[in-house]
Design a protein around this ligand. Structure first.
Ligand code: NAG
Ligand code: NAG
Ligand code: NAG
Ligand code: NAG
Ligand code: NAG
Ligand code: NAG
Length: 275
């Protein structure tokens, strides 16, 4: 009987785990979609629309093959440029799933007739535009997702400094991984113990740039992300910041807290300039 209960508990746990992992596998977590149908629209029958379809389907087709791809379809003035970028720490399968979902969702709702749009998920981003964006670093739109558990005020400045120093170090490492031939170009993750005053905690930091940027613009982008996350996110202990060309995520563990260490998450997103 005892064994049976143990077995049932095991089975239940196993089912729960596979259910959860299946869910994260098949359901990318949407953060925000940017498209403004008050300007730059096209008509239902336009060549632009069919070029966009071709573009998005080529992004879908390429999504099992890597974490980044760009494509351009059609002749002027109906040229459509597009790309996808997946987070460096997810599986090929999750990347492809995310890009497939994103390329379908990006033509819905307000985006149906807009000439450019960008959609952010936790796992990937997809965008298209009539204007070429390759090699250019942009400071918006941006989206952030952050925990409602904050650093105490007294800890804020040291933390910002620590995060910024950390990202500067990671920027140097990303440059050595900028080549498109590396498996996950421009992706670096690092976990270390931070000792500040009388406290210590673990800081887990992840940075990534889109491979179309050169190393100098990758650093520009990541510095914008540090600035952005420092001003947007209520001093959150856990946050992710997405720009069109780069991504920053940090996680902190081991600081005393009276609440659950992660709490609940909010999203803050803005078109145009950074926070
Ligand atoms: C993109 O579309 C907008 C709105 O129709 C237009 O003003 C702009 O000239 C286009 N840009 C290019 C490069 O085609
Ligand atoms: C913008 O999208 C909304 C919702 O999809 C729609 O109701 C509205 O008519 C659209 N406006 C324009 C100018 O296309
Ligand atoms: C569509 O656009 C309108 C006007 O820009 C905005 O108020 C509305 O929230 C948008 N709807 C969606 C689903 O994004
Ligand atoms: C870096 O980005 C800027 C736009 O922010 C662009 O004008 C410039 O050409 C880019 N540099 C390189 C080397 O691609
Ligand atoms: C665009 O994609 C092609 C094909 O993958 C690649 O060779 C090229 O380097 C990419 N260009 C940029 C600027 O990322
Ligand atoms: C964070 O959100 C959770 C769940 O909504 C709530 O129980 C908790 O009190 C919140 N914490 C703070 C610091 O607001």
């Amino acid at each position: 009987m005892k064994n049976f209960i143990r077995f049932s508990a095991f089975l239940f746990y196993f089912l729960l785990v596979s259910l959860l992992s299946h869910q994260t596998m098949s359901q990318p977590q949407h953060i925000h979609t940017f498209c403004d149908n008050l300007s730059e629209t096209f008509s239902q029958t336009s060549q632009y629309k069919s070029n966009r379809e071709t573009l998005l389907s080529s992004l879908r087709d390429r999504s099992p093959l890597g974490t980044y791809y760009n494509a351009t379809v059609g002749l002027s003035p109906d040229t459509v440029h597009g790309m996808f970028l997946c987070r460096g720490d997810i599986t090929k399968q999750s990347c492809s799933n995310c890009v497939k979902t994103a390329t379908l969702e990006i033509t819905k709702n307000n985006c149906t007739y807009t000439k450019d749009a960008i959609i952010f998920y936790q796992e990937c981003m997809v965008r298209y535009s009539n204007v070429s964006f390759l090699r250019i670093v942009e400071n918006g739109p941006w989206a952030a997702m952050y925990s409602n558990v904050s650093f105490p005020d007294s800890f804020l400045f040291p933390f910002r400094e620590t995060l910024s120093d950390k990202v500067e170090k990671l920027i140097i490492l990303t440059a050595s991984k900028s080549s498109l031939s590396s498996l996950t170009p421009y992706y670096v993750r690092d976990r270390n113990k931070v000792n500040e005053f009388d406290r210590s905690y673990t800081l887990d930091t992840m940075v990534q740039c889109s491979p179309d940027l050169d190393p100098a613009n990758c650093s520009v982008c990541l510095r914008l992300a540090v600035q952005g996350v420092s001003s947007c996110c209520n001093n959150a202990r856990i946050a992710q910041f997405f720009l069109p060309k780069c991504f920053l995520k940090y996680d902190t563990f081991g600081l005393p807290t009276t609440q659950s260490p992660s709490g609940s998450f909010s999203v803050h997103a803005m078109k145009g300039e950074q926070a």
